[in-house]
Design a protein around this ligand. Sequence first.
Ligand code: ADP
Length: 516
Amino acid sequence: TVVTGVLRFGESYLTESVSQDVAFDMRNEVYAKLQSLSFSYHDRAQTGQLLARATSDVERLRRLTGRGLLRLVDSGVLLIGTTILLLRMNVPLALASLAVMPVIFFIMRWYRSQQHPRFRDRQNKMAIMTSRLEQNLYGMDVVRGFAQEEAEVGRFRRENQKVYDVSQSIVRLGSFTNPAVVLLASAGAVLVLWLGGRLVINGVLTLGELVAFNSYLVQLVGPMRRMGFIVTMIGESQASAERVFEILDTHSEVQDKPGAATLGDIEGRVEFDNVSFGYLQARPVLQDVSFVAEPGQVVALLGPTGSGKTTITNLIPRFYDVTEGAIRMDGVDIRDVTLDSLRSQIGIVMQETLLFGSTVRENIAFGQPEATQEEIEAAAKAAAAHDFIMGFPRGYDTDVGERGVTLSGGQRQRIAIARALLLDPRILILDDATSSVDTETELQIQAALSELVAGRTTFIIAQRVSTVRNADLILVIDRGKLVATGSHRALIRESGIYADIYHRQLRQDVAETEVI
Ligand code: ADP
């Protein structure tokens, strides 16, 4: 008993800790993989699905690798060992007791085949439910603003109901199968008593032998029951494993070439050479776009909504790879250099700024974690963010709420500008739409932007008159084609579509300060 106690302790400690190791490694691998997968993968994947896979599916696998495997091995050893003992004691009796085995085996097989699709289905539905939850939390303001709380509760209930229904059908299947296995195993025992009893009466077997035989037989029932439980667990884990490995085995469409070179310090010449691109094979978004942006130039992208302006800016940091043609940076095809070295040269400030749930300091230093306090403050000052940051009780140590909710739109944007300034990139991508902010803030943002733009090759998705007026090069894009290029002066005379957009779609500036 003492030895058993010690061994049990070791067993439970080792299995638990090994299974935690497995889950730990797997979560890390899934996370690292998600970081490296291309944008096109994330366009298709649902966040909720990925969340469910990285958490609940990994957890199911953890349970199998701990207790599950242990039970499988110990039940297997017990089953085989006891069977050998029984056969050595009395062959006819042993055969009678094992007669039910093939039936149990077939029931188990049937059970597994029924279970697996249900488990997969349940994990899928669970992921859909998680997606709903995630989207709802993310878009809480829209839900409330449109008074859709009740409808949303209803929608969630329907998804939840689906998970519940599949779970119930799994429970029904299990509640039928497991007792059936126990019943069959017990039927074997009855058979042995009946046959053994007759052998004892006929004097072929002693009563003691029968009792001994029966005690061994009772030992078989336990592992048989556990086998049912393990088969369930394996079925569940198989479905989860498939889902997790689907992620791990995905080949990223955008990745470093073998032996890709490092892009050294560049001057910032960006060339689009007959670039065509489509997010989906069947639907081209850009066609034959060619232009050259010289180092330090400001390039304004102009065109109706959906014409492909954002798409052009997505191609420069290789968020997607071009379908045809090439993009060159200082003459080097960007597919020939490592993604890290390429992207570290590019700063991006978009209209929707994502801030992480950490301190203001960490948010500014996001691309440059080793930056000193002086550098961070200098960037914040240039971005007109220092003053409002110091206005917070904890200054740079202020925690930014999740998704930056504790900051106003204008403040978020200035932190994003500081973040890009700190990176000191040669190439800059901006969206110059300022979210609804007051005039004063807008002027500050404009001033911060002009600070940021100085000396860098800049691509601006133009929303305002001053941007295009001051741009060195304007690209007019219409339905994925570059329809006109040039300076404001030339275009306003020559291009009808430019004149039209200029007069009807661009925003007048709040003040006639020509900042950019
Ligand atoms: P713009 O910035 O000029 O408004 P976009 O470059 O965002 O235009 O979009 C160009 C076209 O590409 C649109 O038809 C849009 O629907 C499509 N598109 C944009 N992003 C994606 C995406 N991730 N997946 C599929 N299609 C997309």
